[in-house]
Design a protein around this ligand. Structure first.
Ligand code: IMP
Ligand code: MG
Length: 185
């Protein structure tokens, strides 16, 4: 894999901006669910850094669970919307206040499909918390209750988001210069 510095065109969201915004979201969730328990569901793998930072900013009786989905017939940078669960949740959602934690909502197809599947499992409430919202790419209406940042239509990586599965570990969100990025065959 190429060194990311050779295709990073800009840092879109810095480490400090991430920390600050994640803390704000944690406070907002703490406030909104006073007196209640919450279950945060992370969609693997992109949402995992966001989840682990976010839960430390929430002061409520809290559970976490994980699921993974894959979308059929899609390239690495597009989702088809034909979503299949590849790793299901460990526990039931019945009667729980569920917050679905995502890295990014792009076309909206993935999250719309996951919401549809989870809604049938009788949660008490079900909302979406996404770190990033690529709003201008939306094709399917999705209700987003908590949103970190609205970003322009650029391919981003870092802080959980991958470029061909690499660099989820970066502590900031960077923009890929697609002219300079050379995917391996
Ligand atoms: P959607 O179904 O089009 O909303 O796609 C959502 C999924 O596409 C996310 O969970 C990411 O895995 C992936 N994705 C969309 N945009 C980006 C990006 O800019 N960088 C990395 N992954 C992305
Ligand atoms: Mg993802």
């Amino acid at each position: 894999m190429q060194d990311y510095r050779s295709f990073l065109s800009e840092v879109l969201v810095s480490r400090e901006q991430l920390q600050q915004r994640v803390a704000e979201l944690g406070k907002e969730i703490t406030h909104d669910y006073q007196g209640e328990d919450v279950l945060l569901i992370c969609i693997l793998r992109g949402g995992v850094l966001f989840l682990t930072d976010l839960i430390r900013e929430i002061d409520l009786p809290l559970e976490v669970d994980f699921m993974a989905v894959s979308s059929y017939g899609s390239g690495a940078r597009e989702s088809s919307g034909q979503v299949r669960i590849t790793l299901d949740l460990g526990n039931s959602l019945e009667g729980k206040n569920v917050i679905l934690v995502e890295d990014i909502v792009d076309s909206g197809r993935t999250i719309a499909s996951v919401l549809g599947m989870l809604a049938t499992r009788k949660p008490k409430s079900l909302v979406v918390c996404t770190l990033l919202d690529k709003a201008e790419r939306r094709e399917t209406e999705v209700p987003i209750r908590y949103r970190g940042f609205t970003i322009p239509n650029k391919f981003v990586f870092g802080y959980g988001l991958d470029i061909d599965e690499y660099y989820r570990n970066l502590p900031f969100i960077g923009v890929v210069d697609l002219e300079k990025y050379r995917p391996e065959e």
